[in-house]
Design a binder for this molecule. Structure first.
Ligand code: GLC
Length: 416
C-alpha cells in the first residue's frame, strides 16, 4: 500500500486527497518503510530535506508537481522556493525518526544520519528562533495547519479572533469532493485558514513579521512536546556520532523548552492545554497532544499524576483511544477530523511516552487499540473512537507505516 502511494522518491499520504509530500507524514512513512526497504526509507527523508528553506525551515508540504485536484496548491502559497512548498512547517518529528532508524539499524544507518545531522540541527534552530523569537521557551504556531491537528477545538480561540478580509481571494475547495463534508473542516474555518495564508503571502513569508503581526499565534502542546523530544533525540544522535561541539547548544534548547512547557499547564483543567500566545487564553480540554507530555518528559510528579488520571478517565469513555478531543466535552465530535477521532501516529508517540514513564498498562491498552483499529477497520486516515469506523482518506501511508513498525519493531520502539 505504501508502495502504491510512492511517486518516485517520495510518498504521498494517500492518492487524490493529498497528492503531494507532507513533512511529518513522510517521516512516519520512513519509519514503516524501513522494515521493507531501508534505502527507500532514507530516500524519503533526504528528499524531504531537499526542500529545506535557506533559513532552515522544513516546510509542511512540498509541491513537486502541480496537481489541480488539491487546494490550496503552490499558486496560493507563492513561496518562490524551488521546489515550491507551503509557507510554514509541521510537527518536527524528523530527529526522533532518525534516531529510531539508527537504533534499529547498523553502521550504515549511523553514517546516513551523520550526513543529515547538520540539516536537522538547522531545522531545530529555525524553530527556536522563528517560532520563539523572544526565547520564552514556548513554540508558537502561526497556522492551525502547522500543528498537524488542523481543526482541533484547541484552535477555536485563535480562529474566532481572525477577521476575514473583504479582499480574501475567492477559492474552491477540493477536499470535500473526495471526503464527506461532515468529516472535514467547515467553510467558516476554511476562510480563516486562507486568511492566514494570504497574510503570509503578502508578508513574503517573513516569519518575524508573521510572528509579530500575523492573524494567529498559539502555543501547541503537541509541537512543544514533539520539539522537546526531537531535541533529546538529536542530542542522543550527536552523542552516537561524537559531535561534541553541538552538545551544549542542544542541551540549552532542551532546558529552555522544558522550562517553557510550564506555561502550557492549565490549572483549571489540571493538564496541558493549547494557549493563545498574545492573550494568554487557554483552551479548555485535554487532547491527544496533551498526552504527549510523557513523550516530551515534562512536568512535576503531581502534574504527571494528574495527566495519568486524565488518560485513564478518557480511555474509560471510549472504546478506542486516544481521541483527539476529550469525549466528555461538549465540542467532541467522534467523526470530525481532529475534533474527536483517533490518529494512530499520535498513538505511536503517546505509547512511547507512556512506556518511558513506566505507565505500562496505559501503553498496552493503546497499543492493543491501535492494532485492533487497523486490523478491523483498515488503513484509514483516522478512526471513530466510539465504534472504530475508519474515516477520511483510505489506503493511508502513515497508518500502514505505523502498523508495519508496530508489527516488526515494537520491542525496539518502546525501548528506544
Ligand atoms: C491533514 C492532517 C495533517 C496531515 C495531512 C496529510 O492536513 O491534519 O496532519 O499531515 O492531512 O496527511
Amino acid at each position: 500500500m505504501i508502495q502504491g502511494n510512492d511517486r518516485g522518491g517520495y510518498t504521498v499520504p494517500t492518492r487524490r486527497l493529498y497528492p503531494y509530500q507532507w513533512n511529518w507524514d513522510s517521516c512516519f512513512t520512513a519509519l514503516g518503510l524501513y522494515h521493507v526497504d531501508r534505502d527507500r526509507a532514507w530516500l524519503e527523508l533526504t528528499g524531504l530535506l531537499d526542500a529545506q528553506w535557506d533559513d532552515g525551515m522544513v516546510p509542511h508540504i512540498v509541491f513537486r508537481k502541480n496537481d489541480p485536484d488539491y487546494f490550496p496548491g503552490p499558486a496560493m502559497w507563492q513561496t518562490g522556493t524551488k521546489p515550491p512548498t507551503s509557507g510554514h512547517s509541521q510537527p518536527p518529528v524528523l530527529a526522533s525518526v532518525l534516531r529510531q532508524l539508527v537504533e534499529m539499524g547498523g553502521a550504515d544507518d549511523l553514517e546516513k544520519a551523520r550526513s543529515l545531522f547538520s540539516k536537522v540541527l538547522r531545522y531545530h534552530r529555525w524553530f527556536a528562533t522563528a517560532r520563539d523569537p523572544d526565547a520564552k521557551g514556548v513554540i508558537a504556531i502561526i497556522h492551525p495547519w502547522e500543528s498537524g491537528r488542523d481543526n482541533c477545538p484547541d484552535w477555536d480561540i485563535g480562529m474566532n479572533a481572525i477577521s476575514v478580509p473583504d479582499n480574501l481571494e475567492r477559492y474552491a475547495r477540493r477536499d470535500t469532493a473526495h471526503v464527506q463534508s461532515d468529516q472535514r473542516p467547515t467553510h467558516e474555518q476554511y476562510d480563516r485558514y486562507l486568511t492566514i495564508v494570504q497574510f503570509g503571502r503578502e508578508a513574503s513569508w517573513n516569519h518575524e513579521m508573521i510572528y509579530r503581526n500575523g492573524p494567529f499565534l498559539m502555543a501547541d502542546p503537541g509541537i512543544q512536546f514533539i520539539f522537546l523530544r526531537a531535541n533529546r533525540d538529536l542530542l542522543s544522535l550527536a552523542r552516537q556520532l561524537d559531535l561534541e561541539q553541538h552538545y551544549s547548544e542542544i542541551q540549552d534548547l532542551i532546558h529552555r523548552f522544558s522550562e517553557g512547557s510550564a506555561w502550557l499547564w492549565n490549572d483549571a483543567v489540571g493538564g496541558y492545554c493549547a494557549r493563545d500566545i498574545r492573550t494568554g487564553e487557554f483552551s479548555s480540554a485535554m487532547t491527544n497532544a496533551s498526552m504527549l507530555c510523557f513523550y516530551g518528559q515534562v512536568g512535576t510528579d503531581e502534574q504527571n499524576q494528574s495527566m495519568t488520571a486524565h488518560c485513564r478517565r478518557i480511555l474509560s469513555l471510549c472504546k478506542y483511544g486516544m481521541p483527539s478531543w476529550d469525549p466528555s466535552h461538549a465540542a467532541f465530535e467522534s467523526q470530525r477530523y481532529w475534533r474527536g477521532p483517533v490518529w494512530v501516529i499520535m498513538n505511536h508517540m503517546i505509547i512511547k511516552g507512556l512506556s518511558d514513564a513506566g505507565e505500562t498498562d496505559l501503553a498496552e491498552r493503546l497499543r492493543a487499540d491501535t492494532k485492533q483499529l487497523i486490523e478491523m477497520h483498515g488503513m484509514a486516515e483516522y478512526f471513530d473512537p466510539v465504534d472504530g469506523t475508519g474515516l477520511g482518506g483510505m489506503d493511508f501511508s502513515w497508518t500502514a507505516a505505523i502498523y508495519l513498525h508496530h508489527l516488526h519493531a515494537y520491542e525496539l520502539s518502546v525501548e528506544s
